[in-house]
Design a protein around this ligand. Structure first.
Ligand SMILES: C[S@@+](CC[C@H](N)C(=O)[O-])C[C@H]1O[C@@H](n2cnc3c(N)ncnc32)[C@H](O)[C@@H]1O
Length: 226
């Protein structure tokens, strides 16, 4: 069984011997791969919908790990209690959905490693984490085809404030794909800015904010080159 680069990057952050709760598991590939690799001892795989959960059930049965995965139909972490898992992964969902899931499970601030891979709303998720007693210990960028993803390694704790640009792209810790990631996000912000400027009624506060974000990203690129 092979994982895509995105899922493999998440899997590599899971400490040996953990119990993993994979929220929004869909196909269930991440927990099953980790079990087959002997990296985790047990997994909870949850999903909001029956269709994805049946796909996870098929993966579990096909790979002979029934009994080592608890499949749960629930919204976010609603069906998982504090102490049941020491690592929680939430991947492939919008940043706002991830924040809503964590909001309903404050126990994740204690003794829990969170691996979060948002698809959208990056600034909202980073701000939410900062405001709700979580600290981003690391961000790992990976590439799958032409797309790049960032995986946030998070624990409970107080983090220092982030600038407007850092809310978009995380702190500027050097890593191989960091420069390419900055360029991709810069293009995203530039498109939003162009859209505002082309509008008959541009939101001036948003224009100023996006300009500030772009200036911050530019400074980050220079810092990496220095
Ligand atoms: C795009 S798939 C991602 C699957 C897998 N985590 C991955 O990264 O490849 C998103 C999954 O999250 C599930 N989902 C969405 N909102 C959820 C919620 N509030 N609680 C649990 N699962 C949710 C969806 O049903 C879907 O199966």
């Amino acid at each position: 069984m092979e994982l895509t680069p995105r899922l493999e990057t998440i899997a590599r952050q899971v400490p040996q011997g953990s119990i993993l709760a994979d929220v929004g598991t869909d196909h269930g590939l991440l927990p099953v791969w980790l079990l087959l690799e002997g990296r985790i001892s047990y997994a909870i795989a949850s999903d909001l919908r029956e269709g994805p959960l049946s796909r996870a059930r098929e993966t579990v049965e096909q790979h002979g790990v029934t009994g080592r995965v608890s499949l749960r139909l629930c919204d976010g972490l609603a069906g998982i209690e504090a102490g049941e898992a020491d690592v929680v992964s939430i991947a492939g969902m919008g940043g706002e959905t991830i924040a809503t899931i964590l909001e309903q499970a404050p126990w994740t601030r204690e003794n829990t490693l969170l691996l979060l891979q948002p698809m959208t709303s990056f600034p909202d998720l980073r701000q939410w984490l900062l405001d709700h007693g979580y600290t981003v210990e690391q961000e790992t960028i990976c590439q799958e085809g032409s797309r790049m993803y960032t995986i946030l390694t998070v624990r409970g704790g107080q983090d220092a404030p982030l600038t407007a640009a850092e809310l978009w792209v995380g702190r500027n810790r050097p890593q191989p794909l960091r420069r390419a990631y900055l360029t991709m996000m810069e293009n995203k912000v530039r498109r939003a800015l162009d859209g505002q400027r082309a509008s008959a009624h541009p939101d001036e506060a948003m224009v100023a904010h996006l300009e500030d974000v772009l200036a911050g990203m530019d400074a980050m690129k220079k810092e990496l080159e220095a």
